[in-house]
Design a binder for this molecule. Structure first.
Ligand code: OSB
Ligand code: MG
Length: 371
């Protein structure tokens, strides 16, 4: 197959409520979508990069520039054996895994759409539904946090993740635990703690949490290994796991017993499947992370999470947890049993809602051969 042109688009989706992390407060979700026009038809992808480089180094404007100037020109006009060749074709570009993943996803969608296979099955997925999970941002006061969690528990979310940072950890998490003694609860620090903060983490260690996600800095694999030896709560890594090689080091050091996999962070859904299977072989539990995706990326995450290596509930929420209006005609919904359906149709298994997409589009450009 051959990619003949690529449409890059920046959209801005308003959020139903602000989502606050250590990196700042988001009130809208700007993101880059990718549409590839190929000899097998068109396909869609979405770039996970946030508006600012606060989670990893990538961000919306940078990702779009890298796609336009460096990734798309390497792909357009090249004869590909299939979607598996995309990563190889783009290998010369260092870093920018989220931009790369977006382009590969669009090629996967085009190819699978043409052959009539779902992304879930192409990734080795077997489940038709996956357990939901919701991520809750930072708040200023505990009662507002508890009210927010209460709404999600009532909606039927199976698992709740709370963002924590120094000064917002044991007290708010203990309040949630006290109100829901049996709730499947976990926390995510996005690297906000330093090695010397073990005391604060000790407070969290007595709250019956499923795991503590990324307590220390991205590159501190030794620090996580040391922490894993003193905490009873499993350590989960998110930001740290960026490639097969970093995963292998983390596993060898004992830096984590759980991994949050995000396709954007590791350069694509095919790489994410490979890493998930490495974890599975090593006896490390895996779950699918989220990046406040639109219906495009959300459909792809549900497909990935249907793979049997994904044994824990992911950050897989209904579209309406973040957005009043999505850009696909089948936004993900929460089933009454707390699960979410894995799209079963060809490719991503969702249809772009052209009017909705147009309404949130900030800018769009078509990049073709010779541009
Ligand atoms: O660390 O998992 C994270 C959102 C943006 C950037 C990083 C993270 C998150 C989330 C929300 O935790 C996940 C979601 O529900 O989409
Ligand atoms: Mg995280």
């Amino acid at each position: 197959m051959r990619v003949e042109a690529v449409e890059l688009r920046t959209i801005r989706l308003p959020l139903v409520a602000p989502f606050r992390t250590g990196g700042g407060s988001l009130t809208e979700r700007p993101l880059v979508t990718v549409r590839v026009l190929t000899t097998e038809g068109e396909g869609w992808g979405e770039c996970a990069a946030l508006p600012e480089p606060t989670y990893t180094a990538e961000h919306v404007t940078g990702a779009r520039a890298v796609l336009r100037d460096h990734l798309v020109p390497r792909l357009v006009g090249v004869d590909l054996d299939g979607p598996e060749s995309v990563a190889e074709c783009l290998r010369a570009v260092v870093g920018h895994p989220m931009a790369t993943a977006a382009l590969e996803l669009a090629v996967l969608d085009a190819h699978l759409g043409a052959v009539g296979a779902s992304l879930a099955r192409a990734l080795g997925g077997t489940a038709t539904t996956v357990p939901s999970g919701v991520a809750v941002g930072l708040f200023d006061d505990v009662s507002r946090l508890v009210d927010t969690v209460a709404a999600f528990v009532e909606q039927g979310y199976r698992r709740v993740k709370l963002k924590v940072e120094p000064g917002w950890d044991t007290k708010p998490v203990a309040a949630v635990r006290e109100r829901w003694p049996d709730l499947a609860l976990q926390v995510d620090a996005n690297g906000a703690y330093a090695g010397g903060d073990a005391g604060a983490l000790d407070g969290l260690d007595h709250l019956g949490l499923l795991l503590i996600e990324q307590p220390l800095a991205t590159d501190d694999l030794l620090g996580h290994a040391a922490l894993a030896r003193v905490l009873r709560t499993p350590i989960c890594l998110d930001e740290s796991i960026s490639s097969d090689a970093t995963l292998a080091v983390a596993l060898a050091l004992g830096s984590c017993s759980v991994v949050n996999l995000k396709a954007g962070r590791v350069g694509g859904y095919l790489a994410a499947r490979r890493l998930a299977e490495q974890c599975q072989s090593a006896g490390v539990a895996v779950w699918c992370g989220g990046m406040i995706e639109s219906g495009i990326g959300r459909a792809a995450n549900l497909a990935l999470a249907s793979h049997p290596a994904f044994t824990l509930a992911g950050d897989l929420s209904a579209s309406r947890r973040f957005f009043a209006r999505d850009v696909v005609t089948e936004p993900a919904v929460l089933n009454t049993d707390g699960t979410i359906d894995v799209p079963a149709g060809p490719g991503l298994g969702v249809t772009i809602d052209a009017a909705s997409l147009a309404a949130v589009t900030e800018s769009v450009e078509l990049v073709a051969a010779g541009d």
